[in-house]
Design a protein around this ligand. Sequence first.
Ligand SMILES: [Zn+2]
Length: 94
Amino acid sequence: MKCSEFLKELTDYLDDRIDAPTKAELEEHLQWCHNCYVVCNTTKMTIEIYRDSHLYELPDDLRTRLRSAIVSKCKGPKDSASSEQPPDSATDKR
Ligand SMILES: [Zn+2]
């Protein structure tokens, strides 16, 4: 089985919607293909988180705070409130 075939069957495998021989082939692929093993694990975890988030609805307040925390983290390391000026304006003054 090739990686592309594995990935094609992966969602069905995680949903347990495949027949036994195909399942055995997928599991055999996981034995030697680390790449697909990682993809399989990551997908499985994502599905579990997704299912959990349906069971426990996040309160809107927490969701907003989580999002802003993620956004501020993505903006980079300079998170101090004192450095409000962009670095470009500093070069203008010289
Ligand atoms: Zn593979």
